[in-house]
Design a protein around this ligand. Structure first.
Ligand code: IPM
Ligand code: MG
Length: 342
């Protein structure tokens, strides 16, 4: 039985999930052959097998693993159902308390890191239906939730170009006014970081027109969800965007920003870049293997040039792309030199 520190849970998910997860698995087997991959169910696949989008055994396996690598979840079959695949994802994020969701978007001059709060706000506030038929979701934040997230933003900005943009809707929302206050209270602890506040509508416009102005963006859950799709769109598309969701010391959750793409599922044409880049984030943040993470990212870049998938204007299938990544890793000599004999 592998020890805890050697076990990574793999949750392939729905739609194109299993196809892109397979390429991640093959890459990890090359880069970290001694790590045991423990495959479990989440999302629609889990509902079909167990009735629950997040079975207890998946939660237990994740909580005791060193990290979790997850494909997208979601299936049109359950769109209007009482029990939905996405509930499994939200429950997993909450169970792991992975509140700091890092979503890098890099292309040419653009290098923005969105730090999205992941376990609060509208996604987790009180919701329901009133007697008169009114339906409501509430956005709730405790200052401590903002503080711990903001510290991630400051620390990351400090290690990068030193600009932190806190995005809110303080001209309308109470939670946003508190958010601003908390960010300003923490700012003196990070004298090297320049802080600016930006309203979310303006931030969307600025991201679409001059994304190169941003370094680190820190924002609440829903704003971060929307802005990260936008940031992905201006840096090569959703197929390219990875994410790392981190907690205070527990296992991290690594997953693409994109959804399960049911329209192209099962055809072997999905772009696995977001999933592979999420695997690189896992190597870096989950397994502390910076060298292997860098090698994987280099191999992904090479494969984007040599074997682009259809969404990138090429003809490569999902598995062609994965094979090109592994060939590049072999050319780099990463696998054999780092782990010879293991
Ligand atoms: C994301 C996704 C999820 C989210 C969905 C699938 C619940 O859009 O990770 O960005 O909204 O957080
Ligand atoms: Mg999203």
């Amino acid at each position: 039985m592998p020890t805890v520190s050697e076990r990574v849970v793999l949750l392939p998910g729905d739609g194109i999930g299993p196809e892109v997860a397979e390429q991640a698995r093959l890459a990890l087997e090359v880069l970290a052959p001694e790590v045991a991959l423990d495959e479990r169910l989440i999302g629609a696949a889990a509902i079909r097998a167990t009735g629950s989008p997040l079975p207890q055994e998946t939660i237990d396996a994740c909580l005791s693993a060193v990290a979790v690598l997850k494909g997208p979840v979601g299936d049109p079959e359950f769109e209007a159902a009482e029990v939905r695949p996405e509930q499994g994802l939200l429950a997993l994020r909450a169970a792991l308390d992975t509140y700091a969701n890092l979503r890098p978007a890099v292309l040419g001059e653009v290098d923005v890191l969105i730090v999205r709060e992941l376990v609060g706000g509208l996604y987790f506030g009180a919701r329901g239906v009133r007697d008169d038929g009114t339906v409501f979701d509430t956005c709730e934040y405790h200052p401590r939730q903002v503080e711990r997230l903001a510290r991630w933003g400051f620390r990351l900005a400090e290690s990068r170009r030193g600009l932190l943009t806190s995005v809110d809707k303080a001209n309308v929302l109470e939670t946003s006014r508190m958010w601003r206050r908390v960010v300003d209270e923490i700012a003196p602890e990070f004298p090297e970081v320049q802080v600016e506040h930006m309203l979310v509508d303006n931030a969307a416009m600025q991201l679409a027109t001059t994304p190169q102005q941003f370094d680190v963006i820190v924002t609440e859950n829903m704003f971060g969800d929307i802005l990260s799709d936008l940031a992905a769109a201006v840096t090569g598309g959703l197929g390219m965007a990875p994410s790392a969701s981190l907690s205070d010391g527990g296992p991290g959750l690594f997953e693409p920003v994109h959804g399960s793409a049911p329209d192209i599922a099962g055809r072997g044409v999905a772009n696995p870049v977001a999933m592979l880049r999420s695997t690189a984030l896992l190597l870096e943040h989950g397994l502390a293997r910076t060298e292997e993470a860098e090698a994987l990212n280099r191999a992904i870049e090479a494969a984007i040039v040599s074997s682009p998938t259809i969404d990138l204007g090429g003809t490569a299938s999902t598995s062609d792309f994965g094979a090109a990544v592994r060939e590049q890793l072999a050319v780099d000599g990463v696998a054999s030199s780092s782990y010879g004999g293991s």
